[in-house]
Design a protein around this ligand. Structure first.
Ligand SMILES: CC(C)(COP(=O)(O)OP(=O)(O)OC[C@H]1O[C@@H](n2cnc3c(N)ncnc32)[C@H](O)[C@@H]1OP(=O)(O)O)[C@@H](O)C(=O)NCCC(=O)NCCS
Length: 154
C-alpha cells in the first residue's frame, strides 16, 4: 500500500539519505532542498510505503515547467511509483497553465528515458558533459501538456 503526498521539510533527512544512493556525486544538498521547498512555483511530492518515504519528485511550475528531480529507492522500483509522481507533477503543471514540460536525464540512463517516453517526452537536445562531476552527457527531453493528454493518477 503506497501513498502519494506533498514532500515536506521534515522529509529532508530521509531524502538526503536517498540522494546519496540515487545520485552519488550529483546529490543535492540540504540547502538546495530547503530552498526548493520554500520557493514559490514549485511542486514536490513523495511516495510512502508503510509510512516510509521511498520516492520523491519535484517540478517548477511555469508555462514551460521543468522536472527538477525524481527518484525511487532501489528496493521500491518498478512498482509504478515514479509514474505516479510524474503524472501528478504533470497534472499540477497543467493546472498552473503549463503547456509543456522539460527535463534533463543522463544519456546513460536508459530506464529513466524509457519512463519519460511513456509520458510523451521526446528528446530535443543533448548537453555534452551536463553532469559535469561524472562526465556524463545530458539528454534534454520535452513533452507537450495538451489538455487532451491529461491524466491524474492518485
Ligand atoms: C528512474 C526511476 C525514477 C524509475 O522509478 P520507478 O518507480 O522504478 O519507475 P516506474 O515503476 O514508474 O516505471 C515505469 C516504467 O518506466 C520504465 N522503466 C522504469 N525503470 C526502468 C528501468 N530500470 N529499465 C527499463 N525501463 C524502466 C518501464 O517502462 C516501467 O514500466 P514497467 O515496470 O511496467 O516495465 C528510478 O529507477 C530511479 O530513481 N533511478 C535513479 C535516479 C534517476 O535516474 N532518476 C532520474 C533522473 S532524471
Amino acid at each position: 500500500m503506497s501513498t502519494l503526498r506533498p514532500l515536506r521539510s521534515e522529509d529532508v533527512d530521509r531524502v538526503l539519505e536517498l540522494e546519496a544512493v540515487l545520485f552519488g556525486l550529483g546529490a543535492w544538498t540540504r540547502g538546495i532542498y530547503e530552498e526548493e521547498l520554500r520557493a514559490p512555483g514549485r511542486a514536490y511530492v513523495a511516495i510512502e510505503e508503510s509510512g516510509r518515504l521511498v520516492g520523491y519528485a519535484g517540478a517548477s511550475l511555469a508555462e514551460e515547467s521543468h522536472v527538477m528531480t525524481i527518484g525511487v529507492a532501489p528496493e521500491a522500483r518498478r512498482r509504478g511509483h515514479a509514474s505516479r509522481m510524474l503524472a501528478e507533477l504533470m497534472a499540477q503543471a497543467r493546472s498552473h497553465g503549463a503547456t509543456s514540460m522539460l527535463l534533463e536525464v543522463r544519456a546513460d540512463d536508459d530506464g529513466a528515458q524509457a519512463l519519460y517516453r511513456r509520458f510523451g517526452f521526446e528528446q530535443i537536445g543533448l548537453r555534452p558533459g551536463y553532469y559535469q562531476l561524472e562526465g556524463v552527457d545530458g539528454v534534454v527531453m520535452r513533452a507537450e501538456l495538451s489538455p487532451a493528454s491529461a491524466t491524474r493518477l492518485s
